[in-house]
Design a protein around this ligand. Structure first.
Ligand code: ZN
Length: 267
């Protein structure tokens, strides 16, 4: 049976973090992915005590970034909070081009250096960093790391303590997907697997993700690539969608669980 984890973003519009934790626990789930800004809304003490009372653990912590030379102290504070929640890994949100910046190679070098600086701090604190390459259409404003190949080579250069998260939404188009997943797996750096779907048409790049099975992504195929590459972690449901945000959170979780069981438990 594949373990399933929900990312709080999937229901965050209508369920605060405490509600989210309870809804997951009621469904027998033991692990969640969480957001620093949602912790701040309910208070860290309450968030931690509900998490502990329910006996739940944290997979991904969102997030550190956007990265900038003058934002490293803030990054460190996020890493420390992630450590207090015993998160398995912390997402790096690198940020895209700066205002008026046109030189993409230069922007990538700048970001790679900053990732290196955050990694030093993360190693000292004892948390792992995760790079999640985002869809190339988000290169300008979200991240200049747009492919698994780039993420893998950056991890290779930086050494231990950093890995990748494969989100089907961002990577499904990549002709090198199987090879890059395999490479990341053999290097022991596959930290997570995010699922949702790519709708046709997609009306908004950030807020129109589909429920698994409603779009065109070969979810079973990519899940098989992950398993073949040695990934034994959970399938993480992460759907940013104004449509799904408007639905009852419990209903969204139940539909997603059904879809996941149908898609991922047949192998
Ligand atoms: Zn993701």
């Amino acid at each position: 049976m594949t373990d399933i984890v929900f990312n709080h973003a999937t229901v965050r519009e209508r369920a605060d973090m405490l509600t989210f934790l309870r809804l997951c626990s009621e469904r027998g789930l033991e692990t969640v992915s969480i957001w620093g800004d949602e912790i701040a809304k309910v208070g860290e003490t309450d968030a931690l005590s509900v998490l502990n009372d329910l006996g739940m653990t944290v997979s991904g912590y969102n997030r550190v970034g956007p990265l900038a030379a003058d934002a490293l102290d803030r990054a460190e504070a996020e890493l420390e909070r992630a450590a207090r929640f015993k998160a398995d890994h912390v997402f790096l949100f690198t940020g895209g081009l700066r205002e008026n910046e046109k030189d993409l190679s230069c922007a990538r070098r700048r970001i790679e250096d900053l990732v290196g600086s955050v990694l030093e701090r993360a190693r000292n604190i004892g948390v792992k960093l995760a790079i999640e390459p985002l869809h190339p259409m988000l290169t300008g404003d979200r991240t200049v790391i747009s492919s698994l190949s780039h993420a893998n080579s950056l991890c290779e250069a930086l050494g231990p303590g950093i890995g990748v998260v494969v989100d089907v939404y961002h990577c499904w188009w990549d002709e090198r997907l199987a090879a890059e997943i395999e490479g990341a797996g053999s290097a022991g750096r596959l930290f997570g697997f995010h699922v949702n779907d790519w709708l046709i048409p997609t009306r908004h790049l950030l807020t129109d993700r589909g429920m698994m099975g409603d779009g065109i992504i070969d979810l079973r195929g990519i899940h098989s690539m992950m398993r073949r590459a040695g990934f034994e972690g959970a399938v993480e449901v992460e759907i940013f969608s104004t449509d799904w945000w408007s639905r009852e959170p419990a209903e969204v979780l139940d539909i997603a669980l059904d879809r996941c069981r149908c898609l991922f438990n047949r192998e």
